[in-house]
Design a protein around this ligand. Structure first.
Ligand code: PMP
Length: 396
């Protein structure tokens, strides 16, 4: 009998030269457990997914209750089902007035696809503007928006009429014109290594979009659902998007995504020709039930109020000459070292010590720190101690 690790290597498509190869049998709260009982502090939350921790009891309960009723019934939007309807309502209540129409999908990439189709349909324009080093997904439309040429080269031709401008550069805003259907921006760039734009920039971007009639799409797939200390990251900047995309942390560990907009914009999807967007699994009742429970946990367990203090604790503790910079908004953090080589050695050593960290797709000298928001201060101290030990052993 081959072990799961052997089967994984033989039969599961490999997508990286550096798979973590960590075998996990169980996960609970901020911990993952290996088959021999090894315990790992999870500092990445499945890339911003387990914001309320692994297997949060309220999320599990909501899933169980839905399992006893029904699983899938019908493609999205045909049958009235309580979980998506109640989740859409709850999401609208977290958002500024008017952003109350939700289209559920099953992943982040799909949410971005839907948002871009919606913007094109509503404006009747075709140009999409995205940013250098942006990450919006892996399907061909969302891939077209990514700001790293290395990821796109092999797959061209991609979407036409996509233009990239520099992130956080006021001078580039005049490239957004009355030809532009939408500008899509990660409120905080994730895979670029946590790049936080200035408030001045985001407000000017918002204003420019309004002036030329382009829709502003904020991608909060990584920064949403409490990750930065507010429910949505855009709340830090006092701006409101026309379309919002979310996924990842939204499901509390279940697959779900959404794009959200105002009624008058969303309605353009159902106008001639009919059925502007179709999905079989979008709004899956089990995922919606899990998502509603996740939203309630974030709201009712006081998680948001502690995010900044927890982030500050990491910053106070992770002090070492090899740490060049820490960038963050809340618990979306990047710890920068001099090179990928150094970082990779530290990450590998930290795993042996029982702490799981990672790097970023477009920023391979920075360590990703994005633990469950439920992490306690003692757990933060332990994680920092172990990462520091790994740093000292690898670089002195
Ligand atoms: N947008 C952002 C900002 C992301 O971080 C990601 C995933 N890393 C995506 C979109 C794509 O999400 P998914 O992998 O669920 O398709």
């Amino acid at each position: 009998m081959l072990s799961p690790r052997q089967l994984f290597l033989q039969h599961q498509a490999q997508t990286t030269d550096f798979p973590l190869l960590l075998e996990v049998e169980k996960a609970e709260g901020v911990y993952m457990y290996g088959p021999a009982g090894q315990r790992y502090l999870d500092m990445i939350s499945g890339i911003g997914v387990s914001n309320v921790g692994h297997r949060h009891p309220r999320v599990l309960q909501a899933i169980h209750e839905q399992l006893d009723k029904y699983l899938h019934l019908m493609v999205y939007g045909e049958i009235v089902q309580a979980p998506p309807a109640q989740l859409a309502h709850a999401l609208a209540q977290t958002l500024p007035e008017g952003l109350d129409n939700v289209y559920f999908v099953s992943s982040g990439s799909e949410a971005v696809e839907g948002a871009c189709k919606l913007a094109k349909r509503f404006t009747g324009r075709t140009e999409l503007i995205a940013f250098n080093n942006a990450y919006h997904g892996s399907t061909q439309g969302s891939l077209s928006l990514n700001g790293s040429e290395n990821f796109k080269r092999a797959f061209r031709p991609l979407l036409p009429d996509v233009r990239h401008i520099r992130h956080n550069q006021l001078e580039d805003l005049d490239q957004i014109t009355s030809r532009t259907a939408a500008v899509i921006l990660e409120t905080v760039q994730g895979e670029a290594g946590v790049r936080v734009p200035t408030k001045e920039y985001l407000q000017a971007l918002r204003q420019r979009c309004t002036e030329v009639g382009a829709l502003l799409v904020l991608d909060e797939i990584q920064s949403g659902f409490g990750r930065t200390g507010t429910f949505w990251a855009f709340e830090h900047f006092n701006i409101v998007p026309d379309i919002l995309t979310c996924a990842k942390g939204m499901g509390g560990g279940m697959p779900i995504g959404a794009f959200i907009s105002r009624q008058e914009i969303m309605h353009s999807l159902k106008n001639d020709p009919m059925l502007g967007h179709i999905t079989t699994f979008g709004g899956h009742p089990v995922s919606c039930a899990a998502s509603l429970a996740t939203l309630r946990v974030i709201q009712e367990e006081g998680l948001l109020a502690q995010v900044e203090a927890k982030a500050n604790r990491f910053k106070e503790r992770l002090v070492h000459p090899a740490v060049r910079e820490i960038r963050n908004l809340g618990l979306m953090m990047a710890v920068e070292f001099d090179s990928f080589d150094t970082l990779k050695r530290i990450i590998d050593k930290a795993i042996l010590k029982g702490v799981l960290t990672d790097w970023f797709l477009f920023c391979d000298n920075s360590m990703r720190i994005a633990p469950p928001l439920t992490i306690t201060f003692p757990e933060i101290d332990t994680a920092c101690d172990l990462v520091l030990e790994a740093i000292v052993e690898e670089v002195g």
